[in-house]
Design a binder for this molecule. Sequence first.
Ligand SMILES: [Zn+2]
Length: 131
Amino acid sequence: MKETLIKKANEAMKNAYAPYSNYHVGACLLTSDNEYFIGANIENASFGATNCGERSAIFAAYSHGYRSGDIQGIAIVTDGDILAGPCGICRQVLSELLEEETPIYLSNGKEEMTTNIKNLLPMMFGKKDVL
Ligand SMILES: [Zn+2]
């Protein structure tokens, strides 16, 4: 699963629209019925309107009716020189839309890491705090 997700995330990264940062991100997740959803970062001149690759992928899956329990894993890849984790906004989104133990595969083509949102966002703020 990991190798295929990273490969498809790298393919998705080619579709990144990043004229401002020139920092390209691709993501791909796999659902329990073996559907793949890809995402790439899509920047905007109004920077707050930018969407990250992993959020693009998970929003696509949710838009098709999938939920956290349906997601087997997600790969997030960049073309940066150092291995990067998701930004703070994405960690918050993933904390609600992924299961705590769902594998998150990070890669920049040189290094890889397998982690999960529980490790990336300890003491996460979520539904339990609001409801
Ligand atoms: Zn992000």
